[in-house]
Ligand binder design. Structure first.
Ligand code: ADP
Length: 270
């Protein structure tokens, strides 16, 4: 799915958050959104999913304005994995993943839906916990189940808000490899909020780097993850290198001046 965001501004009540966002995300592209805490990463993803209404501007999904699309059509095309689950009711892992098929199914699930769910459960190694209650799982297990649910949807666009934050490094690699394979096989585009810059550098076709609700840099990982950008956006001194043909980022110190301020703010008052 091609996403075209034009002159986009968004505010929460009393707080302007996104300013003059203009960007195009191409079909079958993996885009990672990075930036400091509070820079607007989750907000931009929620805006693409049309969960939030902009002050002005447009988001076109394959040329159609998203705010004119019916919710059911959005659900067929977009899979969204939020930062944390607000599922409060009790349901098994199998049922949660089956919910991903709901936009495509009638009131009754078909054998095709069931087969898709089984395939995804096996792919994400969730078969052993398929009959366990979702709300009794660990944070990492829940995260993998929610990714499975979004993938079962067979979306054209997968929106992920920090999908690997609760996963150990082995599962991080698995999930990113599975997503990359899906993009290739199913022509899916992915927009993913990621804190781990090295993970973003390894898997993203393109990076969007936000600062204070504006796009500070956009492009290939090696063009965005520069010492200058990391200093300007994160206030850190970083060493940029290359490993296995991918850019690597090692933050080594806070920028001078910022470090002192940080220490002062955190200093005990007694
Ligand atoms: P990020 O994902 O980069 O950490 P967010 O998009 O969550 O940032 O938040 C951007 C800004 O919007 C922050 O200043 C945050 O405090 C504010 N914000 C987030 N959600 C809300 C909300 N529901 N109401 C008011 N302000 C919010």
């Amino acid at each position: 799915m091609r996403i075209d965001i034009r002159n986009f501004y968004f505010s929460y009540p009393g707080r302007k958050v996104l300013h003059d966002i203009n960007l195009i995300i191409e079909d079958s592209e993996i885009v990672c959104v990075v930036g400091p805490n509070g820079s607007g990463k989750s907000t931009i993803v929620k805006c693409i999913e049309s969960l939030l209404v902009p002050d002005s501007g447009q988001i076109l999904l394959d040329g159609k304005e998203s705010r004119n699309m019916k919710r059911i059509d959005m659900a067929k095309k977009i899979g969204y994995v939020p930062q944390s689950s607000n599922l409060t009711f009790s349901a098994t892992v199998f049922d949660i993943v089956l919910m991903g098929r709901r936009p495509h199914a009638s009131w009754q699930s078909s054998m095709i839906d069931i087969d898709i769910v089984i395939d995804i459960l096996l792919l994400l190694e969730l078969e052993d916990i398929a009959l366990r209650q979702f709300n009794r799982l660990s944070g990492g297990q829940q995260q993998r189940v929610l990714i499975a649910r979004a993938m079962a949807q067979h979306p054209e666009l997968l929106l992920l808000d920090e999908p690997t934050s609760a996963l150990d490094i082995a599962y991080q690699l698995d999930i990113m490899n599975i997503i990359t394979n899906f993009v290739t096989k199913k022509n899916m585009s992915v927009v993913m909020v990621v804190h781990d810059l090295n993970l973003a550098a390894r898997y993203a076709d393109s990076i969007i780097m936000l600062k204070d609700g504006r796009i500070h840099a956009r492009g290939k990982p090696e063009d965005v993850f520069t010492e200058a950008n990391l200093s300007a956006v994160y206030d850190v001194e970083a060493v940029i290198g290359t490993q296995k043909e991918k850019v690597t980022i090692i933050p080594v110190a806070r920028n001078k001046g910022k470090e002192k301020k940080y220490e002062r703010e955190r200093a005990p008052t007694f």
